[in-house]
Design a protein around this ligand. Structure first.
Ligand code: M6R
Length: 366
């Protein structure tokens, strides 16, 4: 059932090209120049008239929510707040009938996320669920929704659920942007074409597995890791760090690259590996200067760069290349090497990758 792979996690990482295709199949219709999503179409006015969108989720799904915040605000121009479901529900939050709440959950059973949407509903908000498990409680409790269609995710560490959540949230943002007239025809088409090309690019990113294994073998025994990214790739840095923590038990932190000098830079010495997401589009020059700051403190740099990059390559200790795409879609590619890096480090440390200690696949207690 692992299809020849050593672990479910590795199988699921490799399933991503197909899973992403399954997510956009039937929805992304390039020839007609539209995105088809019944859950959005049927509630279009309600959503477009929202004062704000509140995204509630936990863990990796919360990271997908953070990526969505950038996409929604960029494309749809509706204010977005991303909340940990557990904090949101206990904070006496201000929710009105003009709010749209998007709940993101792979399992659709996470207790805190479920409680958050119940609270939102009681206060008159419209609740849209983004779940993977069909017929799950959160899917049923939502007013409308869109499934990710990633197929069963068995590994406790979430992989294909994350990339398919980003895919479906991007489709939603594009659909809303088009309906609102907030995006030009050319940009919309460009997005659709680039989205369609993502599965092939993910496949390419999976091919450099051997190179990532070499990097993993260099750093497998370190006690700490830092992950940095900016803009769309800041949540990817958080997700990269979470993945490493969960399955290898190495302490890792993700930060917005520019925040480094407000504290975490104190941690940097010659022992500290720093994974920096430095793709060409999106604050590239700023990230390059962040890399210089790390270099001058002798940190070890693993750069995630766009294919053909030379500038970061000349500074970093190691680089991992991903194909080029538009900025808003880079998280779908930069995530892949980070999943593989934590997977290989965990395997080399002899950890139980699919069932890490203290963790359950779905957290149905608060
Ligand atoms: O099923 P959900 O998406 O609601 O689960 C949320 C988190 O529990 C989950 O993403 C968790 O953080 C994973 N172990 C991450 O790999």
């Amino acid at each position: 059932e692992k299809n020849g792979f050593d672990h479910f996690m590795l199988k699921e990482i490799h399933e991503q090209p197909e899973a992403i295709k399954d997510t956009y199949r039937g929805r992304l219709r390039i020839n007609d120049g539209i995105i088809k999503m019944a859950g959005i179409e049927d509630n279009l006015e309600r959503i477009l008239n929202a004062n704000r969108i509140i995204i509630v989720a936990c863990g990796t799904s919360w990271h997908a929510g953070l990526v969505a915040e950038y996409i929604f605000e960029d494309l749809v121009r509706i204010p977005v707040e991303v909340e940990y479901a557990s904090e949101f529900r206990y904070r006496n939050p201000i929710i009105t009938s003009k709010d749209v709440v998007i709940a993101i959950s792979q399992s659709g059973e996470t207790a805190d996320t479920l409680a958050a949407i119940k609270l939102a509903k009681q206060n008159g908000a419209f609740v849209f669920g983004v779940c993977n498990v069909v017929g799950s409680t959160i899917a049923r409790e939502s007013h409308a929704g869109a499934y990710t269609h990633a197929g069963p995710e068995i590994g406790v560490a979430s992989t294909k659920a994350f990339t398919t959540q980003i895919t479906v949230l991007t489709l939603i943002a594009l659909k809303l942007a088009q309906s609102k007239g907030a995006i030009s025809k050319t940009e919309f088409h460009n997005y659709l074409a680039e989205m369609e090309a993502i599965p092939t690019k993910v496949e390419e990113s999976l091919k450099i597995d051997g190179h990532i294994q070499e990097i993993a073998s260099v750093f497998k025994d370190v006690p700490n890791f830092l992950y940095l990214g900016r803009g769309y790739n800041f949540p990817v840095a958080l997700e990269g760090a979470l993945k490493l923590k969960e399955i290898s038990y190495i302490h890792a932190e993700g930060y917005p690259a520019a925040e480094m000098k407000h504290g975490p830079i104190a941690l940097i010495d010659e022992q500290m590996p720093v994974v920096v997401i430095a793709t060409k589009k999106g604050h590239y020059e700023k990230v390059v200067s962040n890399i210089q700051e790390i270099k001058s403190r002798k940190g070890k740099i693993i750069g995630i760069v766009t294919e053909g990059d030379t500038e970061v390559k000349s500074m970093a200790d190691y680089v991992i290349e991903v194909p080029e795409t538009i900025e808003g879609l880079t998280p779908l590619l930069t995530t892949i090497p980070l999943q593989l890096l934590s997977y290989h480090i965990a395997v080399m440390r002899g950890c139980n990758v699919d069932q890490p200690r203290n963790l359950a696949k779905s957290v149905t207690v608060e």
